[in-house]
Ligand binder design. Structure first.
Ligand SMILES: [Zn+2]
Ligand SMILES: [Zn+2]
Length: 468
């Protein structure tokens, strides 16, 4: 048994790990895109997307969740000849074809026929499985080694999972090794989602470390902070730009906004102001996903189900405008420039590395009335990271190839992170009854990984912690 990493070891993007059972057999866990300045050990980056490792031994691809930095290279995997099953949770199986369709339109081809052919192929390969049930993976020429896998809710986005892999060997003597891939772990109190629960045990743990060196600010007051920032931001008739992943973050923020509007509708002083704010989701993909999120109610947490039962619509409300086509997108920007009004715009990408948010930023970032609100992690080298870092210092950022002064207000609320913070990551291990013998830390900045390594060494005496 051996584990190799084809991504997410020099940063947080490009997730792709390979679990080798024997020389003829392996499975991949995720196959994601690199973003910003991040690269793979074998030189892949956000421009160099071809699969640059051998895949003939790969029997299946296991997908933790459908964020683009975990699945975006699947089209290239297929182009390289991969023809095995793509195994994921049931909700992910529903979300994934849409994500990939979008990914190939952007990076691969605009040819409708090719796209349809690809989507059909993807549909044939995807197998959606229930959480908590072991699935056998067929291995080739392998009478003595066996592999089964189990998906468990990770609380990160709808459908997200951590994956337990069990390798059983008959020879020379019967033995069993459990390897757990955390994927992206969620934090407790993520809107709409149940919190992740630790497994009983694992021998080897491959864990993300995005927030390995940080604690989230209090998640209980994040909603007040969000409301306050928006109230202040719209008081000068400026727009509030929220760069957000189409899947997960957009729906969480909508869920929160619905709640804020609902609460304020009972307040005499504020109800009119909130009712006057236009909320725009400018992303066909995000709108598709909001629709799917609505359909997948059985995976919601108790609170969301309760709100729905009391006749509220946590993911759709009156002030919400959704924009799909590109012409309306451009028209909306022009309209908002000409007729300033209180508006919140949610658009992808979450790290301002492409997508429609770029056009909004280009149009509004030099306007003092604008506010940019970050609710998610910004990877090194992305425009989002630059705006976040230099915004307060009135710095510059390059958008669509042009240098722009950051005159807009810049805010960050980390309490919405869909990622576990340091305490949650440590708790994930702490709550295992039998602790791992080996932990491999991936998916984080150098500092985050080092700090987390020390934490794990303190927690589990004698554990071998590796930063690949
Ligand atoms: Zn993710
Ligand atoms: Zn990730």
């Amino acid at each position: 048994m051996k584990i190799s990493h084809h991504g997410a070891i020099r940063g947080v993007t490009g997730s792709c790990h390979e679990l080798h059972i024997n020389p003829n057999n392996s499975v991949l866990v995720d196959c994601g895109l690199f973003q910003g300045a991040e690269t793979s050990p074998d030189g892949a980056n956000s421009n160099e997307l071809q699969i640059n490792f051998p895949i003939k031994q790969v029997q299946a691809l296991l997908v933790t969740h459908c964020h683009i930095d975990h699945v975006g290279r699947i089209p290239y995997l297929l182009a390289a000849g991969f023809n095995g099953s793509i195994i994921c949770s049931k909700p992910t199986a529903m979300l994934l074809p849409k994500v990939l369709e979008d990914a190939i339109k952007i990076g691969f081809t605009r040819d409708k026929r090719l796209i349809n052919k690809f989507i059909k192929k993807i549909g044939e390969l995807i197998i959606g499985v229930e959480y908590g049930k072991w699935q056998n993976i067929k291995l080739l020429n392998s009478p003595t080694d066996h592999l089964k896998v189990k998906f468990q809710p990770a609380g990160h986005i709808l459908g997200s999972a951590y994956i337990q892999c069990r390798i059983e060997t008959d020879k020379p003597h019967k033995s069993k090794t459990d390897v757990l891939f955390s994927g992206d772990l969620g934090a407790p109190y993520t809107p709409l989602l149940k919190s992740p629960k630790s497994p009983y045990s694992t021998d080897i743990l491959v864990i993300e470390s995005t927030y390995g060196d940080r604690m989230h600010e209090d998640r209980r007051n994040r909603q007040q902070r969000l409301a306050k920032i928006i109230e202040h931001a719209v008081s000068d008739n400026g727009v509030v730009l929220i760069p957000a992943f189409s899947i997960g973050r957009t729906q969480e923020i909508l869920y929160e906004l619905e709640h804020i509007i609902h609460k304020n509708s009972l307040s005499k002083s504020k109800s009119a102001m909130w009712e006057n704010i236009e909320i725009i989701v400018d992303s066909p993909l995000a709108n598709d996903f909001t629709e799917l999120y609505r359909k997948l109610k059985r995976y919601w947490d108790k609170e969301a189900i309760r709100r729905h039962a009391s006749n509220r619509h946590p993911l759709s409300f009156e002030q919400l405008t959704t924009i799909d086509d590109h012409k309306t997108h451009l028209g909306t920007i022009k309209y908002l420039q000409k007729h300033p009004r209180p508006a919140i715009v949610l658009a992808a990408s979450g790290m301002c590395a492409g997508g429609r948010i770029m056009n909004y930023l280009e149009a509004f970032i030099e306007d003092k009335r604008t506010d940019v609100l970050f609710v998610g992690y910004q990877a090194q080298g992305t425009p989002g990271h630059i705006i976040q870092k230099y915004g307060a210092k009135h710095g510059y950022v390059e958008l669509n190839g042009k240098k722009r002064a950051i005159n807009a207000g810049v805010h960050t609320i980390s309490g919405y992170s869909a990622h576990a913070d340091q305490k949650d990551l440590v708790n994930f291990v702490k709550r295992m009854r039998k602790k791992p013998k080996e932990i491999r830390i991936v998916h984080g900045d150098e500092k985050a990984k080092k700090v987390l390594k020390r934490k794990f060494e303190e927690l589990v005496p004698g554990v071998f912690v590796d930063i690949p």
